[in-house]
Design a protein around this ligand. Structure first.
Ligand code: ADP
Ligand code: MG
Length: 570
């Protein structure tokens, strides 16, 4: 039991660092809580290597949670997420300068993570009810010799104090609030489709963020109020009847002067695919779960994408039915991103003029006369067909009126306040329909609706696969770096870690999986459903007990795969 570990640590004091390895094992902690078990799964190879992996299991009798929470999947997820962030902050408050313990730090989103899990849970199959925490500890040393007494004290005192504070003194009210917020979010999101909405922003939401590098709410920001004509009311289990802005399916434009809050609104919609923690300001910002932000990303690789709807007749006969390049331009990269998003099952496309290629979005009449041989068919010429095919678009566009006559709704932001200017913008175009229709594209069928990537060729990854996550925005497979900065809805490095594992599975099992799946997207979907059934750590040969994994969507995996330079299609 635990005293065995503490004795062993004290005895090892002064010995070579490698002797820590002999302590791998499991230790009952009945002296603290009956039935609690501490696992030491992996010991760091030296004092400077990444810290050692521990797990802690607690049974339901030991936990101060209400009975009905255990029966409720949403409640268990909400509690797990709450405790993960509480543990992180307690760890930091214990030793702010150089914490001995560490855990994946959650952001503002409530996600299914492997750092804290409440059973029943596929990642902890042996546990019918209870909780597992996964954390790391820097095993202390002086030079290369073990500081056994210090290590024993850290576990006997610091760790136990941290756990008591984080778990057993967690304020019940805050736990309840988090459960309610997650329930309300999910109910609101399930309501979207039957109400013909792609997003909902409850009145009183606070969308602005503290800074470009902080996702916390901006203090004293102006909260949202839906204009009457765009208001809908949702009946939510805890918040009750909740009024808010309903963004309908079809084409929605967000217009307004510079610095009036357009991008902030769109960014909130982007993030509305995730639930947010109480106090975030975006608790009731909910978006269609397939929504995808698409931007220009010059320099990215593109492989075998049919961009013909937007770009054709390129100079020197470049194939746009199956377009490949190592170095895309702004317009080709964004065209590829649109096609890839639709292929990955996205029904709602989000674009911001700030991060778009102008020539892909619009072209004015004089330029159409001056340059008749333009290979680009701008999105404005395709948008009606796309909407007719069931896609929705939300576009921030303050610089051009080209989209106005096509829009189903136009939202104006003025001094951060929302206004419905749909009727006013229509009246501006009365009598000018011919001018407008002349500029439409041909009625040729959209290729992007049926675009399916060929099958990825299996890649030999070698027996000593090197997989590394570098924060949220990049990972590498055998030293090949995949840049995900433009995949803007990826928010947590634990998501990136899971995403990298899924991609390794695709590369390694491509042929084996081919018979069971019709398309790349179906393959990704089936791997994700395997993850849901068998656990976040179930895929591949990497550490199944990692505490650094979090759920991720098909869309982000598809986007990452599309940016893998070494990938070849058959
Ligand atoms: P735009 O895209 O219209 O140019 P942004 O969305 O980038 O404008 O917003 C401009 C600035 O205003 C940003 O610093 C943003 O944080 C801030 N901001 C946006 N919405 C609000 C709000 N509701 N209250 C206070 N500040 C806001
Ligand atoms: Mg902007």
């Amino acid at each position: 039991d635990l005293s065995g570990l503490l004795n062993a640590l004290e005895k090892a004091d002064g010995r070579n660092y490698g002797a820590y390895k002999s302590m791998i094992g499991q230790y009952r902690m009945d002296i603290w809580r009956p039935g609690a078990v501490l696992y030491l799964d992996r010991v760091q190879s030296d004092p400077y290597a990444p810290p050692s992996d521990f797990r802690l299991r607690l049974g339901p009798q030991q936990l101060p949670f209400a009975d009905q929470w255990w029966e409720d999947d949403t409640a268990r997820e909400a509690i797990a997420d709450y405790l993960a962030r509480r543990l992180c902050s307690v760890i930091h408050s214990f030793s702010p300068a150089r914490p001995h313990f560490s855990m994946a730090q959650p952001g503002q989103e409530i996600l299914r993570r492997s750092s804290v899990m409440l059973a029943p849970h596929p990642d902890i199959p042996g546990l019918p009810r209870g909780m597992e925490l996964r954390f790391r500890m820097q095993l202390p040393a002086r030079g290369r010799s073990i500081l056994g007494k210090t290590a024993a004290d850290l576990i006997e005192y610091d760790l136990i104090d941290i756990l008591d504070e984080a778990i057993f003194r967690a304020p019940k009210q805050q736990l309840e609030k988090q459960i309610q917020v997650l329930h309300d979010y999910r109910v609101a999101r399930n309501e979207l489709e039957q109400r013909g909405l792609v997003a909902f922003i409850a009145d009183g939401s606070l969308l602005a963020r503290e800074s470009g590098v902080s996702d916390r709410p901006l203090q004293n920001a102006i909260k949202t109020t839906a204009p009457e004509s765009l208001a809908v009311t949702m009946d939510l289990p805890y918040a009750g009847p909740t009024r808010g802005l309903g963004i309908k399916s079809g084409l929605t434009l967000i217009v307004g002067g510079g610095f009036h809050g357009k991008s902030t609104l769109l960014r909130a919609v982007e993030r509305g695919i995730y639930p947010h923690i109480p106090g975030d300001g975006r608790e009731l910002v909910v978006t269609n779960p397939t929504a995808m932000k698409l931007r220009a990303e010059d320099g990215r690789p593109v492989q075998a994408v049919c961009i013909n709807d937007f770009i054709s007749d390129l100079p020197s006969g470049v194939d746009t039915l199956s377009f490949s390049t190592e170095n895309a331009s702004g317009s080709t990269s964004q065209a590829a991103a649109i096609v890839e998003a639709v292929e990955s099952g996205s029904k709602v496309l989000l674009l911001d003029e700030d991060t778009s290629a102008t020539n892909l979005l619009i072209r004015d009449p004089l330029m159409r006369c001056l340059v008749p041989s333009e290979p680009i068919t701008p999105l404005v010429d395709r948008v009606e067909e796309m909407v007719a095919a069931g896609l929705s678009l939300i576009i921030v566009m303050g610089g051009s009126s080209d989209y106005l006559p096509l829009a189903n709704q136009v939202i104006l932001l003025e001094d951060y306040l929302l206004h419905d200017v749909t009727e006013r913008s229509r009246s501006l175009f009365l009598g000018k329909e011919t001018e407008v229709t002349n500029r439409r594209g041909d009625a040729q069928k959209l290729a992007l609706l049926s675009a399916h990537r060929p099958w990825p060729r299996a890649t030999r990854l070698g027996d000593r696969l090197k997989l590394k996550t570098q924060g949220v925005d990049a990972f590498s497979i055998n030293h090949e770096l995949v840049d995900l900065r433009a995949v803007e809805q990826l928010v947590d490095s634990a998501q990136t870690a899971l995403l990298a594992r899924v991609i390794v599975s695709i590369l390694g099992r491509s042929h084996q999986l081919r018979d069971q799946n019709d398309s790349l997207t179906q393959l990704i979907d089936s791997l994700l459903s395997e993850v849901r059934q068998k656990g976040l750590g179930a895929l591949g040969t990497q550490n199944p007990l990692s505490g650094d994994l979090a759920e991720v969507r098909t869309q982000e995996i598809h986007a990452a795969l599309s940016r893998l330079r070494s990938l070849r299609f058959e």
